[in-house]
Design a protein around this ligand. Structure first.
Ligand code: HGY
Ligand code: MN
Ligand code: MN
Length: 432
C-alpha cells in the first residue's frame, strides 16, 4: 500500500470516528522525515563520541541547541521569543482571541551522557505540528503556544517558573553545569529579576499536551505504538550529609574509626532494602556520592550522597523517606557519624485529565494506531503544567526501555506516529 492509499484508508477510518474536526483536517499529517532530520541536527549540539549527548542545561551546547530550535520555530511560522525564565516560546494567534491558549511543549536539555530523544521528540514534534498547520493554512480557534522549557532535567525548572515561581533558594541552587540557576537563566537569555512576568495561574491555559518517549520498556515489549499516560510520578530529592572523623588510614585501628563512607554504604543498602520491602512501582536511587577528603590513606570524614524517591502517591514517598531517615540515623549512631537530610527537590505527582486521555486515544485510533494506558515513571514538565489546566501526555516506545543513556533510541516511524497523534489531539481539543 503506497502512502496515498495509506492516507486514504486512514481518512475513511477517521470519518468513521466521532471526530469533531473537519474532514480536510482529518487528512493532515506531519512531515516525519523533517522531524527526524531535525532530531539528527539537534543531536550535534553536545554530541558524545560514544553516541548520545551531554546537552546539560546552561552549557554552551544547550545554548547552541536552543538557537537551532528558535530557528525551526520561525520556519514553522511561529513568533519565537525567550521568556524571563529562559523558556523558548513559539506562538501563533487563534481565530478567537478570547480563548486561552492550547500549549504543546517539552525540553531539549539532557542529562550528562544522555540520549537524543528524551524531550527532543516532543519539542521538535510540537514545532512540526505548528508547521503542518501553517502549511495547510489552518488557523486554530485557540491561540497556539509551544513552550520548550529550560532545565527540565534539573527539576522541571522552566515549567515550575510558570506554575509555581522560583524562590531564591532554588535560584541560588548550583545546577549540574556548575552555574546557579539564576546564572543559568541569564546565560540563556532570561531575566531572573522579572520572573513574575512568566507566572501563570490555574485556568490560564485551555490545555497542555506533551509527546515524550516512554523511557521505560512497556510499549516496546508489548509492541504498542502509542502510550496514553495515566499519571506522572512525583520526585523528591535529598542531599544526605554524613560527618565522621577524617584520620590516618594506617595508624587508626579498625575499631576506633568514625568512617563516614562506611556508614553511607550501609545507608545506601538500607534505601534499596526499604523501597523494595513492599509491593508497588515506587523507586529509590542514590545516583550521586561525594567523599571527602577522597584520598587512599585518609579515613573519609565527610560524605554527601543524593537520594531520589519517586511514586505516584506523594504520601507513600514521604513514608519511605521517614523510614530511610530513621534507619540512617540509627546506623549513624552505631558508627559514630552524624546524618543530616536536606530536601533539594519536591515535584508532586500529577494525574492526567481523563477527557484528554480519551481525545488522545480517539486520535490514535483514527490513525489506525493501538494504544495502552500506563503511568510515567519519569518526571516531566507536564506535571508542572497540570497545575495550570487540563493536561495529557502521549508516549512512544523507547527501544529496550533504555533512556538517560547514549543507547536511548526511538524508531523514526514511532516518532512520526506520535507527532501525528499530537497533531490530531490538538485539532480535536481545538474543536471543543
Ligand atoms: O528524571 C526524569 O524522570 C526526567 O527524565 N527528567
Ligand atoms: Mn524528559
Ligand atoms: Mn530525562
Amino acid at each position: 500500500m503506497n502512502r496515498r492509499e495509506f492516507n486514504q484508508s486512514l481518512l475513511s477510518c477517521a470519518a468513521s470516528v466521532a471526530f469533531p474536526i473537519p474532514r480536510v483536517q482529518a487528512a493532515l499529517r506531519v512531515d516525519g522525515a523533517r522531524i527526524n532530520q531535525h532530531l539528527a541536527a539537534l543531536s550535534e549540539f553536545g554530541k558524545n563520541p560514544q553516541g548520545g549527548v551531554s546537552r546539560v542545561a546552561y552549557t554552551e551546547f544547550d545554548r547552541q541547541g536552543r538557537e537551532a530550535v528558535l530557528g525551526w520555530m520561525r520556519e514553522a511560522d511561529l513568533v519565537a521569543s525567550i521568556d524571563a525564565a529562559a523558556n523558548l516560546v513559539g506562538q501563533r494567534p487563534g481565530r478567537d482571541a478570547s480563548l486561552k491558549p492550547i500549549v504543546l511543549g517539552s525540553h531539549i536539555d539532557s542529562v550528562p551522557q544522555g540520549g537524543n530523544y528524551d524531550g527532543d521528540v516532543g519539542s521538535l514534534s510540537a514545532i512540526e505540528v505548528a508547521r503542518t498547520l501553517a502549511a495547510a493554512g489552518v488557523t486554530l480557534r485557540h491561540p497556539l503556544k509551544i513552550l520548550i522549557f529550560q532545565n527540565e532535567e534539573g527539576g522541571t525548572i522552566g515549567s515550575h517558573a510558570l506554575a509555581d515561581g522560583l524562590d531564591s533558594a532554588t535560584l541560588d541552587r548550583v545546577a549540574q553545569s556548575g552555574k546557579t540557576i539564576r546564572e543559568g537563566i541569564r546565560f540563556l537569555g532570561g531575566d531572573p529579576d522579572r520572573l513574575d512576568s512568566v507566572r501563570r495561574a490555574k485556568g490560564d491555559i485551555a490545555a497542555y499536551v506533551e509527546l515524550h518517549i516512554e523511557q521505560g520498556g512497556t510499549l516496546d515489549q508489548r509492541q504498542i505504538p502509542i502510550g496514553v499516560v495515566l499519571g506522572i510520578v512525583g520526585i523528591r530529592h535529598w542531599d544526605v550529609t554524613l560527618e565522621g572523623f577524617a584520620n590516618h588510614a594506617g595508624t587508626t585501628p579498625m575499631d576506633q574509626r568514625r568512617d563516614a563512607l562506611l556508614v553511607a554504604a550501609q545507608c545506601i543498602q538500607a534505601v534499596n532494602r526499604i523501597v523494595r520491602s513492599v509491593p508497588g512501582r515506587q523507586v529509590g536511587t542514590v545516583g550521586r556520592l561525594r567523599v571527602e577528603p577522597g584520598a587512599y590513606n585518609v579515613i573519609p570524614g565527610r560524605v554527601v550522597f543524593g537520594l531520589e524517591l519517586r511514586d505516584l502517591e506523594d504520601a507513600r514517598t514521604l513514608g519511605f523517606h521517614r523510614q530511610i531517615r530513621a534507619e540512617c540515623e540509627r546506623l549513624g549512631r552505631a558508627g559514630g557519624v552524624t546524618v543530616a537530610f536536606q530536601e533539594s527537590l519536591a515535584s508532586v505527582p500529577a494525574l492526567t485529565t481523563p477527557a484528554i486521555r480519551r481525545v488522545i486515544t480517539d486520535a490514535a485510533r483514527a490513525l489506525g494506531l493501538a494504544t495502552l494506558a500506563l503511568p510515567s515513571g519519569a518526571g516531566h514538565d507536564a506535571q508542572e503544567m497540570a497545575r495550570l489546566g487540563p493536561m495529557g501526555m502521549i508516549f512512544i516506545p523507547s527501544v529496550g526501555g533504555i533512556s538517560h543513556s547514549p543507547k536511548e533510541f526511538s524508531r523514526p516511524q514511532d516518532i512520526e506516529n506520535g507527532a501525528n497523534v499530537l497533531l490530531h489531539t490538538l485539532l480535536a481539543l481545538d474543536a471543543v
